[in-house]
Design a protein around this ligand. Structure first.
Ligand SMILES: [Zn+2]
Length: 433
């Protein structure tokens, strides 16, 4: 789910150009025309699924449905949702009988996203992903070839894990190693910025936040960029604030998944736009359900994602003029809710992190209904009374019976913590439900 600029993306310049031109137009369509555009794409993928994917052929027959029963996103409710476990059990029958013509490759989501799953990604979905990122970044002024920096672990795992930075001149991409973020290394990161002058920075919210915090502590001054793109986890308000102050630019956050069923990204006016020309997004029992419009080797219809977003009732327009629907903050992106003794689910506890100052990393872990741990990596300006205030607020939310312990982690743990998918709140109570 990233703009990877793999060389093989450029093997299909005509298709890339065609889709980018189409996406550039469809983003401005009024809601009804955008809906028609989405319905056309949906009908194509549903007909293909019925004709070539045994799983769907069987499902439709069982429900006594034909592809013509699915005319638009609303009709999708006629078929049940697809779970990760369904893909595991039905991998073979979910594969289209003509999959090879779409040049599929096997992909696997990492274990850090919860339940790992294997699926096929094909050429049309790769072209879509590339063009989607291209359009989203262009909202902040990116043109193909602009210098950009990216906090990316993969490159360094395959080359030199001890390196701080590396540069790919072909794509004008400065790769920064998130596993080497430390105060001592900040001069090296800052000089890489000064040498290659990236205009944009991409990374996970927690890794970009740590980079910004350490740069600030080191006193390197601001490093002005045109925009910062974050993805992969929940972006917390205090992280956004810090990142925007150090890089003197807006953070345009985004949401997506390797299965490429839905994509949401922020425009420069701060609204989260649902890319309805990329996939179909539905909300089912509060959770996101996505339908891919471009993956023909293994179409995923009504795929259950473990994330929560809110869509304003009646819709909301954005002053940027794009017709892509607007959603409110992504509120529960795979983070847990704390469960209180009186049965409440607290989904917004991370907001308390605004109170907590001078920590490099923090997490709330709920072990039992009455037992909560705050795990912390302190920095040198850490203040105990600040933590006490945080504890007081947390107790106010969770109730007087809750026992709140503090677990201090050493600063040396930071690099390995950042390699894991960050969850501000973990609740084994919720997970048992
Ligand atoms: Zn907008």
């Amino acid at each position: 789910m990233a703009i990877e600029f793999k060389i093989n993306d450029f093997f299909f310049p005509l298709e890339l150009w065609r889709l980018k031109t189409s996406l550039d137009k469809s983003q401005w369509l009024p809601a009804d025309r955008l809906g028609e555009h989405q319905s056309r794409l949906l009908k194509t993928v549903v007909s293909h699924a019925y004709a070539h994917v045994p799983y769907y052929r069987q499902l439709f027959d069982k429900l006594d449905l034909t592809p013509s029963d699915i005319q638009n996103a609303g009709d999708l409710k006629k078929i049940p949702t697809l779970k990760k476990s369904d893909i595991k059990k039905n991998f073979k029958v979910l594969t289209a009988d003509n999959a090879p013509q779409f040049l599929p490759r096997l992909c696997r989501t990492s274990g850090t996203t919860g339940e790992p799953v294997e699926f096929l990604q094909d050429k049309p979905s790769n072209i879509l992903e590339f063009c989607y990122y291209w359009r989203y970044w262009s909202w902040a002024g990116y043109v193909l070839g602009s210098p950009f920096a990216e906090l990316t672990l993969y490159h360094f795992l395959n080359t030199d894990i001890n390196a701080v930075a590396d540069h790919a001149p072909m794509t004008n991409r400065l790769m920064l190693n998130p596993a080497q973020l430390s105060l001592k290394n900040m001069d090296a990161y800052a000089s890489a910025f000064k040498k290659y002058r990236p205009q944009f920075l991409k990374g996970s919210p927690s890794s970009v936040f740590v980079l910004a915090s350490l740069l600030e502590k080191k006193g390197t001054g601001t490093l002005p960029l045109k925009a910062v793109f974050t993805t992969g986890e929940l972006l917390l308000p205090h992280q956004r604030k810090k990142i925007e102050s150090i890089f003197q630019s807006k953070v345009l956050d985004s949401y997506g998944q390797m299965e490429r069923t839905t994509a949401i990204c922020q425009c420069p006016l701060g609204h989260y736009h649902i890319n309805s020309d990329y996939g179909v997004l539905e909300i089912d029992k509060g959770r996101v359900v996505g339908t891919s419009l471009y993956n023909f080797a293994m179409p995923l219809l009504r795929y259950e994602l473990n994330d929560t977003i809110e869509i304003p009732a009646g819709g909301q327009a954005c002053a940027c003029g794009r017709g892509l629907p607007v959603c409110k903050n992504i509120i529960g992106r795979s983070q847990d809710a704390l469960v209180t003794a009186d049965g409440r689910f607290l989904t917004n506890v991370f907001i308390l992190f605004d109170i907590l100052q001078n920590v490099s990393w923090a997490q709330i872990v709920q072990d039992t209904v009455d037992k909560i741990r705050i795990r912390l990596v302190r920095d040198q300006d850490f203040c105990e009374s600040n933590l006490q205030e945080f504890k007081r607020e947390l107790r106010l939310l969770t109730g007087p019976r809750s026992e709140i312990d503090i677990e201090y982690l050493p600063e040396t743990a930071l690099s390995s913590l950042l390699l894991q998918k960050y969850k501000p709140v973990i609740s084994s109570v919720q997970n048992q439900l």
